[in-house]
Design a binder for this molecule. Structure first.
Ligand code: ZN
Length: 166
């Protein structure tokens, strides 16, 4: 499920993850009433890590981000870094980990718990139509994603099946 962020007043940047989990995102400046003049900048792989790290470091050190091409085309200022830092972290996480994992990390406390998700085969994903059980899962059992170490698949499934507390 694709997702967009419009950090700040919603008129300065747009960050888009079209295919969560494929390691890519698009980002552009917005002009407000005429945003067509700014090109999308496509980022992939290692550039996502550089963006997340450098924007956050710039905020902590109270300076403008220093970014390599093509990230440099964004011409981010110190204030821009502050504005986009939280959104960038979320977008990079979604781009890298995919919707299933993102949803289990950014949890809405009002929602009932999502189904347990297998780290290996993604059993429990609402986004996978086909059977995904892997050889590893057949041999060793499913491993629940995002649970404390040592929590079994059965325990994870049981716990998440409970109704949400009011
Ligand atoms: Zn599995």
């Amino acid at each position: 499920m694709s997702m967009c962020w419009y950090p700040g007043d919603g008129e300065r940047f747009e960050i888009s993850v079209d295919d969560p989990g494929d390691g890519r995102l698009h980002m552009r400046r917005l002009r407000g009433d005429d945003d067509a003049d700014y090109e999308w900048i496509a980022l992939a792989g290692g550039h996502l890590g550089v963006l997340a790290r450098e924007v956050l470091t710039a905020v902590i050190e109270d300076r403008a981000p220093v970014l390599p091409y093509p990230l440099s085309r964004l011409q981010l200022t110190r204030d821009d870094a502050r504005l986009i830092a939280a959104s960038v972290q979320q977008a990079v996480l979604l781009a890298a980990a995919g919707t299933d994992r993102y949803d289990r990390i950014h949890v809405d406390p009002d929602d009932s718990p999502a189904e347990a998700l297998c780290s290996s085969c993604s059993l429990g994903s609402p986004y996978t139509g086909a059977v995904t059980i892997s050889e590893r899962c057949l041999e060793h059992g499913h491993q629940p994603f995002g649970e404390r170490s040592g929590v079994s698949w059965a325990d994870a499934v049981r716990r998440r099946a409970r109704p949400a507390r009011a």
